[in-house]
Write a protein that binds this ligand. Sequence first.
Ligand SMILES: [Mg+2]
Length: 276
Amino acid sequence: MSRELSGLRMVRGVLFDMDGVIYVGTQPLPGVQAALDYLTTTGRTFLFVTNNASKTSEQFVERLAEMDIHVRPEQVLGSAEATAAWLAGQVTHQNWPRGPVIVMGQDGLKVALRKHGFELTTDPHQARYAVAGINFQLTYEELANVTLAIRGGAKFIGTNSDATYPSERGHLPGAGSILALLTTASGQSPLVIGKPNRGMYEQAIARLNLTVGQTLMVGDRYDTDISGAIGLGLWTAGVLTGISSRADFEQASPPPDVIAENLIDLVDRLRWADQQ
Ligand SMILES: [Mg+2]
């Protein structure tokens, strides 16, 4: 039996990257709703997983609905929610103190941290944690306060390390660029949750209540979506609707278990595997 066939037959849940898999810009990609419907009718679950930390799950759901893709807030995991859930898990299971958090970020991150029971502070001397991600309105004062917090001993955590943020204007500074500034200023490196780091996948798999061997990660970028998932032992599928080309996936070591043109092609392969 081929690795593709044996993998697809094991899959009980699917993690979908969003940009380049579900949509590009404001345009939905072909076959999304049909793919979700097929997973649901075959008793499988799914979760949208994105490094974007600027939005709450509810804001992602609204954006998807505008593209006629209909999901519930708990079916979207952004790196803001993943980071807050991960930190809450450290408090519960590793006895980390539930101290105040100073945030470099936007609503998505602040709402998620509050929802998980964290008090936010802007005082660098109060902060036990400094959590940083994308912030389109950042000021020097905020950079200064977060730097002082880290230098004063606050644990430095990053939502994701994407260097750039794709926009209609081109590639703008992303969360990774902000983390780089804070790293230089504080002399400390962050612990980062987003893909390709394990924190994001662990939160996603826990939310679906599955094991790594039952879960398929679908992504358009080998160096984030796929390499991180392979590192944890998930099944992987690369799609050609975003960043990586067929040659990128084929020449990667190791390559993804499945290479599909798009989600229509991926579901055709899954349906075929189910019929074997
Ligand atoms: Mg992507």
